[in-house]
Write a protein that binds this ligand. Structure first.
Ligand SMILES: [Mg+2]
Length: 511
């Protein structure tokens, strides 16, 4: 029951770098910086000193009767708070479950407390990943062989503990672009007034296994998906070296849906050369790539960088053409319709079974941006900067991913209400989502993203750091930059994190 380590909160304004041990206290709406403001005189004491008695140790149940904890799982009340969990280092460690993780998720599910999993991982279809997680965490009670009680079975309710409805991985947000190409942009995110979708446009995808990535994109609903292998097979001269994955490309390439428009060369459909004309930019005749997606860590960086930079230089996305404006200080005007590039994850490094961190997708993104900076005007904004307008970075800590995660959480919360007989629209108005507890092990992604995110709904994202992953408490304090992104609380593991939050909200935490 007790947290493995003391609960620590950060009093930002009063003592920005001094950790404080505090009792669970009320959250005050709008308190986004972790300022320990309480409606009822919470007592703070610096770590290492004895805490004074607090009048707000746990919120009395009667204070919030409309959200009181259900006495049975079938009750329909939904609390004004929710959770978002990172996976690696929080629920799993090197694919093995972290003790207490499954019990914490089951407890939340039993009380209709909404949660999502929010991971920077990817490369597999969401439904497949969810099945694998259910098995690893022992959440598939009926087939896992675990000894289970009748109470556990009854607690399953009408919704499973984990499903694709409450699961977000790095490339899940790409689905929002099916019907709204601007769906992940800050100004239009979540709206329905986008610029048309990419469902029937040709998109280029790459990743660790481009053939599998293509299948995922098609399962999402994209109807015309090509890979670097398709381009290389149709136009081997585009890459004048021996391909690293020659046999893979030969086995996975599909015919391109249309030929390339080879500006300055022999037009693919013409037997003889003719000068380029703007009227040739006809996507009924030639291949136009509307967007390029990096789903996860590519393998053949050289080929992919060549093709991606070719696409960025093309006229209106017509691969095989060259638009000098793309490299100018101003870059391509937005009205030109140049190809947008999306990276699903910008983690430079990640922890593996090797003893030192390894390059992640962020390293590939940096490589693409580095080559682009050598091609483009030095006055052009960096490719990965928001000012560039050509590339979008997703994954934690980026705001686009947190916006998507919040929309997913709100939808899931509404489905919980409906599953338990409430009218979702009226109930969510009565009980708006006030707080999301982001439980993570990585200060640079999980914690930074939650701290920096500004919810369109005024929801507070409260960051909670656990000690079962990337964060090393032994290094904390030795270097002031080690924990640049300070969480609201530091606890031992995911079970302690959930108990801390539940006690803070005045809900049962007896698991
Ligand atoms: Mg992690």
């Amino acid at each position: 029951m007790a947290a493995r380590r003391c609960l620590v909160d950060w009093l930002v304004t009063a003592a920005p770098s001094v950790p404080l041990r505090m009792k669970p206290r009320h959250f005050v709406a709008g308190d986004r910086r972790g300022i320990a403001i309480s409606a009822r005189n919470c007592a703070y004491s610096p770590v290492g000193t004895k805490s004074k008695p607090s009048s707000c140790a746990i919120r009395p149940q009667k204070q919030r009767r409309q959200f009181s904890a259900p006495t049975s799982p079938a009750q329909s009340s939904v609390p004004p708070f929710a959770f978002a969990f990172d996976i690696d280092g929080v629920l799993l460690h090197v694919s093995e479950p972290i003790p207490g993780a499954a019990a914490a998720l089951r407890h939340l599910h039993r009380y209709n407390i909404p949660f999502i999993l929010l991971t920077n991982g990817g490369g597999r279809y969401e439904a497949d990943r969810v099945v694998d997680l259910q098995r690893r965490l022992g959440l598939d009670l009926k087939s896992s062989g675990h000894i289970i009680s009748q109470h556990d079975l009854e607690s399953e309710g009408s919704l499973p503990v984990l499903s694709t409805a409450n699961f977000v991985q790095s490339h899940t947000p790409f689905q929002e672009l099916l019907d709204d190409a601007a769906g992940l942009d800050a100004a239009t995110a979540g709206g329905k007034e986008g610029s048309g979708g990419l469902r029937d446009e040709t998109i280029l995808v790459t990743g660790s296994d481009a053939a599998r990535i293509r299948t995922i994109a098609e399962q999402y609903g994209f109807s015309s998906v090509i890979t670097p292998a398709d381009i290389l097979a149709a136009y081997p001269a585009i890459y004048p070296f021996d391909p690293l994955l020659k046999s893979v490309y030969a086995d996975t390439a599909r015919p391109l849906p249309k030929p390339l428009l080879l500006e300055g060369g022999k037009l693919a459909s013409q037997p003889s050369a003719k000068p380029f004309s703007p009227s040739d930019l006809d996507d009924s005749k030639y291949l136009r790539i509307a967007a390029a997606f990096v789903f996860n860590d590519p393998r053949d960086w050289a080929l992919d960088i060549q093709i991606l930079t070719d696409v960025l230089q093309a006229r209106c996305g017509f691969l095989g053409t060259f638009d000098p404006a793309s490299l100018s200080a101003e870059g391509l005007p937005k009205s030109e319709g140049g190809t947008r590039l999306f990276f699903s994850n910008s983690d430079l490094l990640w922890a593996t079974t090797y003893h030192l961190p390894r390059f992640g997708q962020g390293a590939f993104a940096a490589a693409v941006a580095g080559v682009w900076s050598q091609l483009a005007s030095t006055e052009q904004p960096p490719l990965l900067s928001p000012q560039s307008g050509r590339a979008t970075l997703l994954g934690k800590p980026h705001a686009a991913t947190y916006r998507f995660a919040e929309r997913t959480l709100l939808r899931y919360r509404a489905s919980l209400l409906e599953a338990h007989g409430s009218k979702a629209s009226s109930a969510t108005k009565e009980a708006p989502l006030q707080t999301v507890y982001m439980i993570g092990d990585n200060p640079e992604s999980d914690i930074a993203g939650a701290n920096q995110f500004s919810s369109a709904h005024g929801t507070d994202w409260c960051s909670v750091l656990v000690e079962t992953g990337v964060y090393d408490p032994a290094r904390d304090g030795s270097n002031p930059d080690y924990l640049r992104h300070r969480p609201r609380a530091i606890v031992g593991d995911v079970g302690a994190a959930v108990r801390w939050a539940l006690q803070r909200e005045g809900w049962p935490a007896d698991f």
